[in-house]
Design a protein around this ligand. Structure first.
Ligand code: R7I
Ligand code: MG
Ligand code: MG
Ligand code: MG
Length: 347
């Protein structure tokens, strides 16, 4: 399990570091070749410094991990807001934060964290952000909740998300990614029944997206519909092209059009590499970036799933070494593992 914890957070880091180079692009055959060469170089021994830089995806994930290490129901959310701001302000390089979130972090600081949730609710003329920023940083919550109830996980995802993302699409994207990671963390073998896995996520989301108001029960099929689209793509006899995948699932900063895409990247490669698990990390990394668009975030979320599934042993050692702050990421994973499992031993 320790290896799965490391794999999860290293997946976030490496997907982010590699994907960031191609963020916003649509990759043609030439650029896909450049991408392959680029990852080969990072996996090789001859790569020279500086190491590949991470972006906001990893920066915010580190904050979540740090604050979970000192988790206390009452102070967690404030600690996290403060840590987000500190991390944002202390960075000497541009980490590519979303435009909305940058304004929000500045507001939180200016108003001395008096109102923790108000600024997020005011984003985008009061709709709140539907960006994937809550989902991209959620993996430490899956680690923390590996043995906890669904309700505990939903609550913690909410607390972790709503400081910056008040829109239900943004928050539910984080719930989807958190559930998706926790499911594979819990698997004991490297055998994953993909159909069953998607069915479980679908069942969870049918409940989450079913609401009741004065007009009775209604169903908002946002993620449910995306998951159904994902299932169709996974079951196609002919492997869908990148264009087809992007048309159906999307590749944008909108959580609805990137979280299911990341899960699809993972599952497609699991299906393709049955009996060849050593290749799963590299292959998912490359595939996720090939889809273009929000490449750092989609690769980060997809690789986090691979790491949670296989552990860190299949990740090329040089690739780890050549990404900024990988030592710190490993340390955070190990500490999270320690507190999660020492709590169980205490019981
Ligand atoms: O969600 P967030 O943290 O962004 C994460 C993304 C990842 O790709 C990172 O790698 C980084 O590049 O950014 O940041 P937000 O600013 O909340 O949302 C991101 C973007 O989504 C915004 O800048 C908007 O362009 C768009 N967006 C919206 N546009 C209109 N209406 C998000 N919510 C809305 C909305 O409600
Ligand atoms: Mg980023
Ligand atoms: Mg960016
Ligand atoms: Mg991104």
């Amino acid at each position: 399990m320790n290896s799965k914890f490391r794999g999860t957070l290293l997946g976030v880091l490496i997907g982010d570091c590699c994907g960031a180079v191609f963020e916003g692009e649509v990759l043609d055959a030439g650029q896909k070749f450049v991408l392959r060469k680029f990852i080969n170089k990072l996996e090789g021994v001859s790569f020279t410094a500086p190491r590949q830089k991470y972006t906001d995806d990893t920066a915010m994930t580190k904050s979540v991990a740090r604050c979970l290490l000192k988790y206390d129901e009452k102070s967690y959310q404030k600690n996290l807001a403060v840590d987000f701001v500190k991390e944002y302000c202390s960075s000497t390089t541009s980490r590519g934060y979303g435009d909305g979130v940058q304004r929000l972090l500045v507001t939180l600081r200016k108003e001395k964290f008096e109102d923790l949730l108000g600024p997020a609710r005011n984003q985008f003329n009061g709709t709140g952000s539907f960006g994937n920023g809550a989902a991209m940083r959620i993996s430490p919550v899956s680690l923390y909740c590996v043995n906890k109830s669904d309700d505990f996980l939903f609550d913690l995802v909410g607390k972790t998300s709503e400081i910056t993302h008040a829109n239900v699409i943004g928050i539910n994207g984080a719930i989807l990614q958190a559930l998706a990671i926790r499911e594979v963390l819990k698997l004991e073998s490297d055998d994953l029944d993909v159909n069953n896995y998607v069915t479980n996520l679908l069942e969870s989301f049918k409940k989450i997206e079913k609401g009741e108001d004065e007009f009775g029960i209604h169903e908002q099929k946002f993620y449910t519909e995306q998951l159904e689209g994902m299932r169709k793509l996974l079951n196609k006899e002919i492997l869908p092209s990148d264009e087809e995948v992007v048309n159906i699932l999307g590749h944008s900063v909108n959580a609805l059009y990137s979280v299911p895409t990341a899960i699809y990247c993972f599952l497609r490669n699991v299906n393709l590499l049955k009996g060849n698990r050593e290749k799963l990390f590299r292959s998912t990394l490359e595939y996720a970036i090939c889809l273009g668009g929000d490449t750092d975030t989609i690769a980060s979320m997809a690789c986090s799933l691979v790491g949670a599934f296989t552990g860190d042993s299949i990740i090329a050692k040089n690739l780890i070494k050549h990404c900024e702050s990988s030592e710190e990421i490993i340390e955070l994973s190990d500490k999270l593992y320690e507190i999660v499992f020492s709590e169980i031993f205490k019981k």
